[in-house]
Unconditional design. Structure first.
Length: 366
């Protein structure tokens, strides 16, 4: 009973930690990976959309009477080209990833060259604000969270190893591998449900809350990037979840069939008489044979002692009974069918008994 409780407890904890670990590894390969983010930006045409949105936004917010806003937007679009934005964004993402992994300094954004190009094009931009690289201070707080998550991941791996060793040891001791199959099946079920939710829920919210690409281009771009990343994240959880679900289900079915077959074996029922051969009881001698036995030489024959006479009373045979029909039958004649006749006749008081009803007695000599 105690081993069963410990096995279930450790199996539940192990399944939960494995689920969290798989989700964390998938996140590191998707939303926290520079190459994946760059690929997602390319798929959503983010650089072209950012070039148009930034040019219009800066042009509309620039107050000058010398240059019309439409001319400012057109001139900035020449400066903020998709290629320039691609280089700037990818460089920033690379710095962020190196900083989070402890391989680089705090990431910065250098747009001084863009300011110089804008000034050369005749736009009144204060170069004093952007002539030096801008440090991303928010990355420092994110780095602290990343460090804590790294230590938590190491601790989780150690706990997972200990729990797995305990579950395997109990399974071997009990000669029952079904807890391991249950862990795989439960993990697959959790991954499949979570991945399916990530595939469905963002699509529903995207239909309820839409961003207009014209009035809110940045919101529309962020929405498309988030939905695409979450959808891909869900697929990466569903595929291994389905594989674990099928594998765990097959293992559970096989182990359950084997367990029931072993449980139904005669040796497993702990019934020692199930496999013992049948030994017939020795037959006893009939009373007639016992009377005819002659004592051997050296033995003295005991005088037979009479046994009390026990009368055997038989019930009276009526005319409508099968016994009466048999007794009244003529020798050689076919037997009569049983028929209901009149009521049985009772003998008169003092009359002699009918044949077959007289009292019989027998003495048995030992």
């Amino acid at each position: 009973m105690l081993l069963t409780f410990l096995s279930r407890l450790m199996s539940s904890l192990l399944t939960t930690l494995l689920f969290v670990t798989v989700v964390g590894v998938t996140a590191n390969q998707t939303i926290l990976n520079t190459n994946y983010i760059e690929k997602n930006l390319e798929n959503q045409q983010a650089y072209d959309r950012l070039s148009d949105a930034l040019s219009k936004d800066i042009g509309n917010n620039t107050e000058t009477s010398a240059i019309p806003q439409s001319s400012i937007s057109a001139g900035l679009k020449v400066v903020l080209t998709p290629d320039v934005l691609r280089v700037k964004i990818n460089s920033t993402l690379t710095q962020l990833q190196a900083y989070y992994r402890g391989n680089g300094p705090v990431p910065t954004i250098d747009i001084s060259d863009l300011v110089q190009q804008a000034q050369q094009s005749g736009f009144p931009i204060d170069a004093g604000k952007y002539n030096q690289p801008v440090e991303l201070s928010a990355a420092t707080k994110a780095k602290q969270v990343s460090d804590v998550a790294k230590y938590v991941s190491i601790g989780m791996l150690i706990i997972i190893a200990l729990l797995l060793a305990g579950v395997v040891a109990i399974a071997i001791k009990r000669r029952d591998l079904r807890p391991l199959a249950n862990i795989v099946f439960s993990l697959g079920l959790m991954l499949t449900i979570t991945g399916g939710a990530l595939l469905v829920v963002p699509r529903v919210f995207s239909q309820l809350y839409k961003f207009d690409p014209v009035t809110n281009p940045f919101g529309a771009l962020a929405h498309d990037l988030a939905v695409s990343a979450i959808h891909d994240f869900g697929i990466r959880l569903v595929l291994p979840g389905l594989a674990a679900l099928v594998l765990g289900g097959l293992a559970k079915f096989a182990l359950r069939s084997k367990h029931h077959k072993h449980k139904g074996h005669p040796a497993a029922t702990q019934n020692p008489t199930a496999t013992l051969p049948y030994k017939p009881m020795p037959a006893t001698a009939a009373p007639s044979q016992m009377q005819n036995q002659v004592p051997t030489q050296g033995e003295t024959q005991a005088s037979p002692s009479p046994i009390e006479t026990v009368p055997s009373v038989q019930p009276p045979i009526t005319t409508d009974s099968p016994q009466a029909a048999k007794s009244d039958a003529v020798p050689g004649a076919p037997p009569r069918a049983f028929e209901l006749g009149p009521a049985p006749r009772r003998p008169a008081p003092g009359a002699p008994p009918r044949p077959g009803t007289e009292t019989k007695s027998r003495k048995i000599q030992l």
